[in-house]
Design a protein. Sequence first.
Lengths: 810, 321
Amino acid sequence: MQKLVVIGAGMASGRMLEHLFETVPDSYEVTLFNAEPRGNYNRIMLSPVLSGEKSYAEIVTHDEAWYESHGVHCRFGERVTGIDRDARVVRGENGDVPYDKLVIATGSTPFIVPLPGHDLDGVVAYRDLEDTNRMIEAAGPGRRAVVIGGGLLGLEAAAGLRLRGMEVTVVHLMGHLMERQLDEAAGYLLRRALGDRGIDVICSANSKEILGRDGKVRALMLDDGTELPCDILVMAVGIRPASALGKVAGVETGRGIVVDAQMRTSDPDILGLGECVEFDGQLFGLVAPLYDQAKVAAATLAGAPAAFRPREVSTKLKVTGCDLFSAGDFAEGEGREDIVFRDPGRGIYKRLVLRDDRIIGAVMYGDTADGNWFYGLMKDGTDVSDMRETLIFGPSFQGGAPADPMAAVAALPDDAEICGCNGVCKKDIVTAIGGGASTLDAIKATTKASASCGSCSGLVEQLLAVTLGDGFVRDTVKPVCACTDLTHEDVRRLIKSQELKSMPAVMQELGWRTSCGCHVCRPALNYYLLADWPLDYRDDPQSRLVNERNHANIQKDGTFSVMPRMWGGMTTPEELIAIAEAAKKFGAAVKVTGGQRIDLLGIRKEDLPEIWADLNDAGMVSGQAYTKGLRTVKTCVGSDWCRFGTQDSTGLGIKLEKRLWGAWTPHKVKLGVSGCPRNCAEATCKDVGVICVDSGYQVGVAGAAGMDVKETERLVDVATEEEAIEWTVAFVQLYRENARYLDRPYKWVAKVGLDWVKEVLVDPTARADLVARFDLSQTVYQKDPWAERTDAATRRAWAPLADLSQEAAE
Amino acid sequence: MMGDVIETTQRAFVGVTEVWVPKDGRLIHATGDYGGRSAFEVASVVESFGPGEGLPGKAWAEARPVVLKGFDGSYFKRIEAAREAGLTSAVALPVFDGDELTAVLVVLCGDDDTTTGAIEVWKERDGLLLLEDGYYGAAKHFEWVSQHTHFPRGQGLPGGVWAAQTPILMRDLGSGYRFIRAESAGRAGLTTGLGLPVPVPGGETYVATLLSARGTPIARRFEIWDAREARVGKARGGKGGGCKGGGAVLIDGICEREGPLWNEDTPRRAAVWEGPVGQALGSGLPQVLSGAASVAAGYASMVALPIHRGGEVAHVVAWYV
């Protein structure tokens, strides 16, 4: 009998021993070392043990009797101190053991982020039963836990600690949870489900320091200064192969112990197995490939041919009630297409990623019934072109069903719920159609289907088409884009009424057909969200048009224009000198604009941060000539200088500009203030134009002087400057809250009617509320983008890629 | 280890379990396990209840779980027969499919100060689950502690069930938890807890828990079956993979005789109409079996209770004595 020594009694080596005893039961005398004082247990079920939903006894895979029956010499709780390859001996704390074959299955160690304070008492990793018991010991009602890491393990720890009564906050570096397994949309649903369990989640959060008191953890501090008090801090940010033993023994190691397809290390009598190994540059953390490795290692020990081949793995999260499935690759990429299905009422999101008519990735939340079927198609590389149209509905729609998405609707049973909001089923709608309802509006009126969130309107229309055939004529309302059937107006209304505060929330709850929108809907949604929820939503630069991303207007030759603000068209000699110097330094062409400002043209992208810094130093801020926001307030010189001036029009213009700048609006907004009816500031063709008269101020709105030319309409006449400002700000806020994206004020007013605008604004309370909401938004958004982008990081980002072809040529 | 010793002489915490179903505007007797209390059985099978009448009728009319401790002078209709059978308390759990009542499950217990266990009803008020009422047998201290406990979403067995909208089975109730209630549970000998949502029409949230003690167990085997279409697929078959089989999968379970019943890799499946769990799935009605050969693991009786959600039987919980 040969002597086999196994170091590590984890799941991989346990499975290997099972295979070995099955295939060659009498070939080896086995000695099994384990640093933990116990044998093999189902480590991935530690989370239910933490939560109390399983007991440790239930997750023991091999008990004492099993080891005894297979004659395994157990050296549990004993560390291996070294391997003497020449003497072919494993050195344990309690003595040496000779080997003919050796298997290193030492697993992995949790990665501890080396934050200040990481060695405080109460900072724990999550790896084994000891860690689990430490967490159980620390848990209790009213106590607080912070979990760093929003991956599988971190979230399972969070859910377990919550069930044990703790107040739990998850801190995650990335923008959404489980970013390696889930896309943003599924991450949103998971976050919502955890929120329903009372678990706080903070994404895009950078931990800075672990704070302690008397050697014990008391809080985690984030880099924005936020302190999260805690009695225990769980670090679940990843694992590293425990390959030190192999390295010291002199077998080849990279990130892990390097093995071949037979699981042999560089020493053919030593095998590596599990999380400690590296194969073909890959590391392994999920159990499925480890079991494959175990089978191969057993075969190698038995002298049978076998080869390990990494395969796609699927992921499950062990948090009761959270159903998710993830497999393969679902990042954006060339030549890939998405199939997306959402059911907002039931909280379901399914996405398949296809390339060359084959599934290469699948993400599901809420309905995972077809996960294994998709996974099978993916593993087998099945050509799915024949079932492309109904693929997302799963296997029950394949085979006999014609490849027509309408067939899926036709096949729905009578009691299938169509409108989750109002509990309307297919039969109700078909009955209503039979009763004469032949349009979407008629169905809304008679059954209430799609009358609330509207996300089922596409399905209702399909039902109308299925039932009425060519007798159904679709409403001609234009949806936002191909991602949805909803109009801009619907989306705005629903963002408010359903309190949707993030892009994934809008797309899920309103049933977007794509996983993350398109170039048409994203900028609109980004605007609607930041306008409606200034404190909750964070502006997404990636959803902005190119000029807004660069904070400068790109010109036909690829250079940019730079335009500082001149408040109300006023400037100073010092500002002019700074502008002149900047123009000379960066070789700019200089243009005086119709908006009473100076434009510096021909600036190279890489020079932008520097010229911004120079102009900032002279006290100027961005004129934001590129934004959907306030552009200029054009004024005349007014009563200070002009013989005809009735009021201080320049002063009012400056006040208005200083109040309104920085605010995002559906489209650009230009103002004008003229000091008398002669109207030198051309205020009567602006979005808001104020004409000063002897009795006060005439505030007009909805003018235009571009593709369309239109005179302003009188909104109100007021006596004081304060009132003129209040009405102007309230009007702009009303426009911000109600207009569709890319409608200038004159287009919006034409749709809603000036009478409605007046009706709203004439109410002093409503006006004051609008002004208050505008001012609240300005606390977030009235910031000079130049000042925020003159640092080194921005300079690097704005710098061109190096032209290496020149260097190569030289 | 579980399964090492089976106490065959254990006394049951629950004396009688019965199912009442609506017919022609009244609740009539459908099935029951009377544990040899034949006189009470005879008195029961001929009984019927209108809305608001007796305990089942009250659960129906008020659309909520009802706990009744002490029958004398109460609205309970079978007081005499119950007294003779030694039954003193009862809990009625209505089974609603949306707005429609499909059945009322009634469990009756004898209050003799020697049996320990708990059947509780928790109700959400102001964002917290508070004890509506419960029957505890001899576990008086635990009853007092429970009356002074509340659970936020996601915390403890009731809060976990509330947040996850799914039945949950917890082990080792008396150890490892820092809840005051857990310490008391440990002292009362409570070991295993089954929590389940009790959906009712309207917006109220109810969670029921069955907390079992080793000496006088409510059950010696518990099972939780997941039957949601989102988990098991549509009932009609499809080709490929076989994952769209309908029915239900056993997501958790523990048995004194067979140990853990869950299997992550190959969970047990129940087909619709096959066996008591399958019949609960197919009919949407609670099943009570006693003395039948089909009761798993040789137990004397079992209850399979369907939980409806979103127009389907979402879960079935089963317990065996």
